[in-house]
Design a protein around this ligand. Structure first.
Ligand code: C5P
Length: 297
């Protein structure tokens, strides 16, 4: 635990993800959809900072407008860990948002995952990543991938993983002016729910499509407009349940030139794919030794 004391004062990143494809292959009895997808981490990230408290409370210092603090995913994540481990410690959480909400980029889930990873260390809980994933899943189907920490082909409701290696790619990511509520897309009678499942090894870079796209495009024509524009430059797709859309652009110079062509009424930027989550088990262990070697003066 003492090795980790300095880490209270650092910024903990919570990166966004893209779904490189997303197929709906069935539905569970409880209404949740069975998916196949590839999660790819990108270098757009929220940041979190954790301060210890003596009064045992979990306080979000930066509440999101319109979200009651007790319903915020980071507060629920901290509570879930505290209850599971029978802890009495308190924490003040500072969250700086950079990932747009309602974008299909997994921002809220990533914040919750980083909270679980960080507090597991800071409180000295010692839970395994698998246990943290189980604690995270009830908070959102996208939470476990951020705890898993490696780009992966995912199945089930998005919590069973087969790691994949993805080429070093950048993407032009655009943000249509629409916040898409995930449940609205999944409950549409028009959603295709019977795409045949594949074996993970069949997946390759340009495989498949996003089955949620047609529903999102009908309900939110801005999404369709962005996809139409991006398709001039390659195999453009929506991520998650939208609204964000992306096109892979392997060459960075080309990505910059395409970004410069963005119409004035479209928001977007180039983002880079990451080989793994910045707080993956492997990276965090390396950072732990670095922190041990270089204590805060
Ligand atoms: O898990 P998350 O909070 O992201 O999901 C929001 C809603 O989207 C769920 O309550 C459910 O209605 C729907 N959903 C689904 N199948 C999934 C993931 C989400 O039906 N695999």
């Amino acid at each position: 635990m003492s090795d980790w004391q300095p880490a209270w004062n650092r910024l903990w990143p919570a990166p966004a993800k893209l779904n490189l494809f997303l197929h709906v292959v069935g539905r569970r009895a409880d209404g949740y959809h069975l998916l196949q997808t590839v999660f790819r981490f990108i270098d757009l990230a929220d940041t979190l900072r954790f301060e210890p408290r003596r009064d045992g409370r979990i306080v979000l210092a930066t509440p999101t407008p319109g979200v009651p603090p007790e319903q915020d995913l980071v507060v629920r994540a901290a509570n879930a860990l505290k209850v599971d481990t029978g802890g009495t410690a308190g924490v003040t959480i500072h969250l700086e948002k950079h990932i747009p909400m309602g974008g299909g980029l997994g921002g809220g889930s990533s914040d919750a995952a980083t909270t679980l990873i960080a507090l597991n260390h800071l409180w000295g809980c010692g839970l395994s990543r698998e246990r943290l994933q189980a604690l995270g899943l009830p908070l959102g189907a996208d939470v476990p991938i951020f705890i898993h920490g490696r780009n992966a082909f995912a199945e089930g409701i998005g919590e069973q993983f087969t790691d994949v290696n993805i080429d070093d790619t950048c993407y032009l990511l655009t943000l249509p002016a629409a916040a898409v509520p995930t449940p609205e897309i999944f409950r549409s009678p028009d959603l295709k729910r019977d795409t045949p499942a594949i074996a993970p090894a069949v997946w390759h870079d340009s495989f498949g499509r996003n089955d949620l796209e047609p529903v999102a495009c009908t309900l939110y024509p801005e999404v369709a407009r962005h996809l139409d524009w991006l398709r001039q430059f390659g195999d453009a797709r929506m991520t998650g349940s939208g609204a964000c859309c992306f096109v892979p652009l392997v060459d960075r110079a080309r990505a910059a030139s395409v970004e410069a062509l963005l119409p004035a009424d479209m928001k977007g930027r180039v983002v880079n794919g990451m080989p793994e989550h910045p707080l993956s088990d492997k990276r965090l262990s390396a950072r732990a030794s670095a922190l041990t070697a270089r204590p805060l003066s």
